[in-house]
Design a protein around this ligand. Structure first.
Ligand SMILES: [Fe+2]
Length: 187
């Protein structure tokens, strides 16, 4: 589907961010030698559309303990403390709504004991953060919650720390996500 520049302007999309049209795509490489190259991913970051980055950022500072590292009129970058940014909040187009395709949740594997994870549960409740569910994944426990725009996050407490064993267990149990009754800790 081709959309004109006017279509994108009407939708509030920055012309620099729209996909290249077919005739603008880079020339395909015929040399086969790069076809098997695998990306060596060492770290990841996430960019999320939100209604208002400046309105959303304080939640990320307060609930996820992040710090703002850079900001512009349409975006705020936040870090967990080491990198220049781990999450970028980008202003969505006016009237944008969540749909069923795209990010389901972003898992944050947290350090500390199971009790610390239960305290994080207490912290979420103390701050009025909507909690979606707590689950047993057999390799760890998941605590799911949403940001003010409805983006879903997970605090993941790992119980199987050996990655090979983790893969084996996930396969054995079929990547389970069983309901897990757990009481939050408040102190
Ligand atoms: Fe997850």
């Amino acid at each position: 589907m081709n959309r004109s520049t006017d279509d994108f302007a009407a939708a509030g999309i920055d012309p620099d961010e729209r996909p290249l049209e077919e005739h603008q795509q880079p020339t395909p490489i015929r040399d086969e030698s790069v076809r098997d190259l695998k990306p060596r991913v060492v770290r990841t970051h996430l960019s999320l559309f939100v209604r208002d980055p400046e309105a959303a950022a304080p939640w990320y500072e307060d609930v996820l303990g992040m710090e703002v590292t850079a900001r512009g009129p349409q975006w705020v970058f936040l870090s967990f403390g080491k990198k220049h940014h781990d999450i970028a909040l980008i202003r969505a187009e006016e009237g944008a709504v969540m749909s069923g395709i795209g990010l389901q949740h972003y898992g944050l594997e947290v350090d500390g004991s199971l009790d610390e994870w239960r305290r994080l549960y207490g912290m979420l409740l103390a701050k009025g953060v909507p909690v979606v569910k707590t689950t047993d994944h057999k390799v760890g426990f998941g605590l799911y919650f949403t940001d003010p725009d409805g983006n879903r996050f997970e605090f993941f407490h790992e119980t199987v720390t050996d990655d090979e064993e983790g893969k084996r267990i996930l396969g054995l149990y079929g990547a389970p996500s069983d309901p897990f009754e757990v009481e939050p800790l408040h102190s």
